[in-house]
Design a protein around this ligand. Sequence first.
Ligand code: AMP
Ligand code: MG
Length: 423
Amino acid sequence: MSAPQTLAEAIGCLSDCDPQALPVARVREVIERVVVPVEAVERLAIRSALGRVLAEDLVSPIDVPAHDNAAMDGYAVRAADLAAGAPTVLAIAGTALAGQPYTGSAGPGEAVRVTTGALMPAGFDTVVIQEHVSIEGRRIVVPAGQQPGQNRRRCGEDLARGRPALRAGKRLIPADLGLLASLGFAEVPVRRRLRVAFFSTGDELRTVGEPLAPGEVYDSNRYTIFGMLTRLGVDVIDMGVVRDDPASLERAVRIAAESADAIVSSGGVSVGEADFTRPVMSKLGDIVFWTIAMRPGRPMAFGRIGRASYFGLPGNPVAVMIAFYFFAREALLRQMGARAEPLPYVRARALTAFAKRPGRTEYQRAQLAREADGTMTVRALGSQGSGVLRSMSEANCIVVLHHERGPVAAGDEVDCVAFEGLI
Ligand code: AMP
Ligand code: MG
């Protein structure tokens, strides 16, 4: 990992860009260079580690499987006993079950009945599945054509002792819990949880439960941000609504920076409002105000306040979500110590046209579907206004229309980020 850069060094790479239209990819690059992972590590019981980030490579202390064993129900045989091109008759010497090894001393000319997972008896190397043999009293007839070594799982075939089973930076998924258990780990070292403070800004905002006066709106961003942060698996610190005055903002930011690893705010970064937020933020930390070539959500502030990273997201309810998902999410994962893995795109055929202007990245709310013939299609949702949260709620994906792309006609292919995944 390269050493973290100062904000000034990191934003140096934007010097060739139009400051009124910074490309999304470049902005993401800067953010990635600036944020640094939390260092503290704790040991957790494996179930409690679900969703947490592994702090160290975990080396397998055992071979998995620990011994050669049968991959199918059938008969363990010695390949050397099998006649080439003709059936072979073998005497049944005994049985090995999963968890109950065969303890006899079967040898040449004999077979041992085995169930899946049973240890291979010493000297036996091949399993003939039970459907392929005919039984004649205490003997079996093995047809010709068996491959030596077939249906046998080799010791260490899944994981060899001494080899890394899981790498540092992995966010643990259900399969990992099972894998850890299969290696006998009761506890694992994980990075401590990230603490993220968040607040909304705006004199017009009311909190749910309060009556609305004319011109006021309910603060919804604090709820979407809460939801998105919670899904990431961080500890959240809700700092409420901060009024549009420098003293309130300064107080909130100072408290947030003292208690959190990252601060997420919404509103107050648009050109008009930056006039008063910029001086406050600049006094407290190393913050830049950007205008990004994207839609929705052009304005964004980013930087550091003390040890905390700061994401000043736009105020519009959809813009805040897009900026969170496409900028803050990955940065926070990196702060959590997770290896950055770009979100997978689903390629889909557009059923509707998508208006798009080259020179900015557009994120459009849409419905992704799998058609009867198995192909993926995507349909734009009605209002794409950056304040229309309803279409975000109805969407099941975001269509990402990349920087250079022009208008999309029905039938063209586009990249989508699906909201739901398997895990
Ligand atoms: P701003 O970025 O602060 O200029 O806000 C842009 C628009 O988003 C304005 O119409 C605000 O009323 C609205 N807005 C800002 N913050 C919130 C919020 N927390 N909840 C709902 N709407 C908001
Ligand atoms: Mg505002």
